[in-house]
Design a protein around this ligand. Sequence first.
Ligand code: TRP
Length: 455
Amino acid sequence: MADQNTTSTTQTWTHRWTFVLAAAGSAIGLGNLWKFPYMTGENGGSAFVIAYLVCIVLVGIPIMMAEAALGRRGRHSPINSMRGLAKEAGVSRMWELVGWVGALSGFLILSFYSVIAGWAIAYAVDMFSGVFQGMLPEQVEQSFEALALDPVRMSIWHGVFMAMTGFVIARGVHNGLESSVRIMMPALFILLLLLLGYSITETGHFMQAVEFMFAFNLDALTEEALLSAMGHAFFTLSLGMGAIMAYGAYMPKKASIARTIGIVAVLDTTIALVAGLAIFPLVFANGLEPGSGPGLLFVSLTSVFAVIPGGQIIGGLFFLLVVLAALSSAISLVEPLVAWVIERTPLSRLAATVVYCLMVWLLGIGTVLSFNEWSGEEYQIFGMTFFESMDYLTANITMPLGGLLIAIFAGWIMKRAHIAREMNLSSGYFNLWRALCRVVAPAAVLIIFITNISD
Ligand code: TRP
């Protein structure tokens, strides 16, 4: 691919752990802290959690390995990597579409992701300034509703978050990305463990939460919960849109893909489960509704911070870390497309970033309005608000579709010797991965897709 300008991809991560940190930074985000708990609540608890874990192991990890391998072999932004790899394999340039589907997913996801991250900024600010101190759980719930009903306030915080994202992207991968994830991720994990400790010792409802999340109850598993679980596995591991491919392109040749991806997936899953185990005891102890939807994280934890000693500081720190976790994920939603624009057009990184972030902000206004002006039925598409349809379209359609194509490409199209060299596994493990990638993962995605569409 000597004909292409390679400015964005000749760099590699400065340290062998940096890929792990950056990929973990992408994977760990609002998906773990905000979306996983509320989806578990809405889909009835353990049946969803079990389906999610199965999807992570059988579908998520094999596809994540494939994505990293394609990125590292392609060494460009996802769109150009796919083009180069298709050429190498002697197949149609149409495979470049995988990169485009990914770019579209990233754009749509970020538009609502940023609105929720904006809530977290608002909460960090209010928490530090003591707004919630002494509030009862009902009052906390009302104040969340007040935020959701205020489109102007939401649009401003959503804009602040997009500006933060743009700032990091504009500074470039090294300065912007690496330094931030190194400190943030461990800090977030420690704070979550502290909250878990509180939930175990102080609420008296810890076992009820464990049962809610883990009791073996496959009767409760509906097709819809299965689709949501698979969609969430894609969402939480940042799959099917090129984010992992883009980071894989910066990965040193020597690093083991299986080991690094394994570590990232375990970290990601652990954080989601710990978040659930910290949040649900509070939900039950305060008589809140587990299925109450996107406000769950904001209401449950905030009602604890409102009453515990030092809650003002601890709560402020917690939401600050949520914002930072969201930021390291948002970056990975922007980077693939910006990298492509720089490779292909005369635009500078700064200009590409500014234009892109503005467009995302505008689309995000649709999500902002979904909670207030546009919450009525006359604004719904297939019975979903704008926010819900963005979420549904990406998690249940474009990401699994991207993942399916990536699995087929890595499993069936690429020369065995090429993919084997990237994986660098003993033949037993390689064959296991290949079977998952060629058959199990595509079949699972297709079956779940088709049963859902036929309903
Ligand atoms: N994985 C992130 C989370 O759980 C969200 C995310 C970041 C993402 N980059 C992505 C999702 C790429 C899909 C694709 O919060």
